[in-house]
Design a protein around this ligand. Structure first.
Ligand SMILES: CC(C)=CCC/C(C)=C/CC/C(C)=C/CC/C(C)=C/COP(=O)(O)OP(=O)(O)O
Ligand SMILES: O=P(O)(O)OC[C@@H](O)CO
Length: 419
């Protein structure tokens, strides 16, 4: 009798849960329109004033499928932690999840590939869960409460592991570009690509069986075109709870509109953002040759206007953000501020080296600090972190013990000699 009652109670809870899943939006992943993927690998740089560009996106996701390490992940989080924009962590290996990544990230995104090898579906995930349960969580509890009896500490480690996973959002990837690093890492070959009908069926399985918070159509590095649009249209309306994310090759408003109209809730942009930093490195070098350290804002504005247009990387990145009305004007504004900030930092860094010999830069009353003030809570700390990042050469040890970063587009290490 008691068992009957308990079973009936449980069934009622299940029914309520099912009903809630279908009627209410119980998905903890916000309905973001635009996510920028920041790859921590050293070859992928950040623009010097990355907080300005990233203030336009709804969320940042830190992760990449190759050459990501615990160290470059930590360095990326050091730079991104002070932003007001939400930051997600998308690890591609168990050891990328650390106490720091957990503290800084607003959301843990766990990839599982629906059309790759079993390692990329559940193998790496199993290894990661084991490592959290048996290493990360016990270490954390030992550090925070070394006095706890072993059995209690072990029980708490189990609870902490369950909590981490219950708060995570699972991403069911459909990887459709066999030439991408993501495909190589997840064992997706040409024979594994899915046509729109099969993609929809697996998306439905991910939504209703795996309960994945995100179904991610991934063309990493290339735009999926008509095939992606057709797949999204097929998936659209078939899912109950999962958000649909599209990523791959987005660098203009037209393609963004096409995938959004086809049913993508969120577009993810990676390469187009890192290209802003790539192009910026050359531009700053040129600016240091063409312009005086104390060039007026007007002179800088004209210099930038001659070099930044709709085909430039800044405008292309901003054109992928649905809320940005005039990408060229905004790209000119951000690039102008970057050039001013850079010329100023170079001059200050040179003066500091000539004076005390110390490679430090005072960021008070700088263009850098002023540009950050409206968009973050602690502009002093962030300006100092950026200046430090630009000052740190690949072999420098940063005096205050913070991690080195070679992720910024430009370095002040060798920049103090001209002008
Ligand atoms: C649960 C915890 C603690 C950790 C999770 C660890 C897991 C499950 C990692 C998943 C490994 C995996 C399946 C990796 C491949 C996933 C993938 C398609 C990533 C997308 O990579 P991109 O961000 O596109 O990278 P690129 O831009 O470098 O191609
Ligand atoms: O780098 P791109 O081609 O923009 O792709 C974004 C993202 O889907 C990669 O995981």
């Amino acid at each position: 009798m008691r068992r009957d009652l308990a079973a009936r109670g449980e069934r009622a809870v299940d029914t309520a849960r099912l009903l809630a899943r279908s009627v209410l939006d119980t998905n903890p992943v916000p309905d973001w329109e635009h996510v920028t993927k920041v790859d921590p690998e050293g070859a992928k740089k950040l623009p010097l004033l990355y907080p300005l560009w990233l203030a336009e996106t709804d969320a940042v996701s830190v992760g990449g499928s190759s050459d990501v390490t615990p160290a470059n992940t930590a360095a990326a989080f050091d730079l991104l932690a002070p932003l007001s924009t939400p930051v997600c962590h998308e690890p591609s290996g168990a050891d990328h999840v650390t106490e720091q990544s957990h503290d800084v990230a607003d959301l843990l995104l766990v990839p599982e590939v629906l059309n790759g090898d079993s390692e990329a579906l559940v193998g790496t995930l199993g290894t990661a869960i084991e490592s959290v349960r048996e290493e990360l969580a016990p270490e954390l509890i030992r550090r925070k409460a070394s006095w706890l009896p072993d059995r209690v500490a072990d029980w708490l480690a189990g609870v902490a592991t369950s909590l981490l996973l219950s708060e995570a959002a699972f991403e069911a990837y459909i990887v459709q570009n066999p030439d991408s690093a993501a495909a190589r890492e997840s064992g997706v070959g040409a024979e594994d690509l899915l046509d729109p009908t099969d993609a929809k069926r697996r998306a439905m399985a991910a939504d209703r069986h795996l309960e994945s918070e995100i179904v991610y159509l991934e063309y990493s590095g290339t735009f999926g075109g008509d095939e992606a649009v057709e797949t999204l249209e097929r998936i659209d309306g078939a899912l109950v709870r999962s958000r649909v994310w599209y990523g791959g090759g987005l660098a203009n408003a037209e393609d963004v509109r096409a995938v959004r109209e086809a049913g993508a809730d969120t577009v993810v942009v990676g390469d187009a953002f890192h290209r802003v930093a790539e192009r910026e490195a050359d531009l700053l070098e040129q600016a240091a040759t063409d312009l005086d350290a104390d060039a007026s804002p007007e002179t800088i504005r004209e210099w930038v206007a001659d070099r930044v247009d709709a085909e430039g990387s800044g405008a292309r990145f901003l054109s992928t953000v649905p809320g940005v009305d005039d990408p060229v004007a905004l790209a000119r504004e951000y690039t102008g501020t970057t050039v001013r900030a850079w010329l100023e930092l170079r001059a200050r860094s040179r003066r500091a080296r000539e004076g005390s010999g110390e490679p430090t830069v005072d960021v008070q009353d700088t263009t850098l600090r002023a540009a950050l003030a409206p968009i973050v809570d602690d502009p002093d700390a962030l300006a100092a972190a950026i200046a430090r990042g630009a000052l740190a050469g690949p072999d420098d040890v940063v005096a205050d013990g913070s991690r080195r970063s070679d992720q910024l587009s430009a370095s002040l290490v060798d920049a103090g000699t001209s002008h």
